[in-house]
Write a protein that binds this ligand. Sequence first.
Ligand code: S3P
Length: 180
Amino acid sequence: MSSRSDGDNIILIGFMGAGKSTVGRELERLGGLCLIDLDSMIVQLVGRSIPEIFAADGEERFRDYETASLHSLVGVHRTVISTGGGIIGREENWKVMHRLGPIVYLRAAWVTLRKRLAGSQGRPLADAGLEMRKVEELWRDRLPLYEQADISVDTDDLNAPEVAMAILQKIGRREGKNNA
Ligand code: S3P
C-alpha cells in the first residue's frame, strides 16, 4: 500500500480526544474495513478497566500490555486500528505499526482537544480533576512523535465522516502513486 509498509490496514494515532475511536467507526462504515480498538483489546485481555490497570499495575505495565496487544495484530488485514494516545512512546510500537499499514495522525489544536477532554473520565492521564496545564505539557511533548506519521489530517474543522473521507482519499492517492 505505502512505500514504508505492505500492510493493508490503517493505523490511527493522535492525542486523547483527537477522535480516533469515532473516526475509526466511520472508516469501518465508509471504507468497508474491520475495526479494532487497541484500548478495548487491552481491557479484554487484562479483564480490568484502563484506570484500574493504571492504578494497580502502573503506567509502564499498561504500556507492556499495549505493546503486546499491538504485536498480536500482525497478520490482520483490511482493518482500522484505533490506538491509545501514548502508543507513539515506544520505538518498538512504531516498527509494528509500520508493518501493519499506513500510520495516520489525527492532528488537532490544543484548544480543540481541551474542549473535547473537558469532563473526560476513564483516562488516567487526562481525567477531569487533573491540571489541564499538565495535560497540555504532555500533548506538547508528544507532538514531534505524532508528526512522524505517514499521513496527517487536520481535524479541527472537520466532522468524523469528513475526516474518514480525507483519510481514504489520501491513502488512495498514495496507492495510485505506488502503482504508477
Ligand atoms: C492514553 C490514552 C488513552 C489510553 C490510556 C493512555 C495516553 O487512549 O490508552 O488512558 O497515554 O494518551 P485514548 O487516546 O483513546 O484516550
